[in-house]
Design a protein around this ligand. Structure first.
Ligand code: FE2
Ligand code: FE2
Length: 137
């Protein structure tokens, strides 16, 4: 269930790609812990570890969007909010069996990550690449 970073997910903006790799690293650590049947405390810790980074990363993208009055900002923000909500819901349901949790993650988080990084963030990246002086966070 791990998600490998690859050029299909690259936005071409160095800081965005760097942060996406870290986000996937944390996500993969979480799903590996679940797959290996590690205890609820460890799973909870890794959820928080991922959550913290998601919040920071979304904030960086939101700063870049508002700095350059990105025209699709609202839609982008809605997708971020949706993911934060889903992450919260999945974390809240993490007391169930490892199989149920893995299924929830696949249904709610994996497809969002692939769609958002591979499409919505790529559009933002293409926009930012045309903004001279954009250096990121
Ligand atoms: Fe984004
Ligand atoms: Fe992103």
């Amino acid at each position: 269930m791990v998600i490998e970073w690859g050029v299909h997910l690259s936005t071409g903006v160095a800081w965005q790609d760097r942060e996406h790799k870290e986000l996937l690293r944390r996500f993969n650590e979480l799903v590996t812990a679940i797959d290996e049947g590690r205890g609820p405390e460890e799973v909870k810790r890794l959820f928080t570890f991922l959550d913290d980074y998601v919040v920071a990363h979304f904030h960086h993208e939101e700063q870049a969007m508002s700095r350059f009055s990105y025209p699709d900002m609202l839609v982008h923000l809605e997708e971020h909010t949706h993911f934060i909500d889903d992450l919260f819901r999945v974390k809240a349901g993490s007391q169930g069996s490892a199989d149920d949790l893995a299924e929830l993650i696949r249904k709610r988080l994996v497809s969002w990550i692939l769609n958002h990084l591979g499409s919505t963030d790529k559009f933002l990246g293409a926009f930012l690449r045309e903004r001279p002086g954009e250096r990121g966070p």
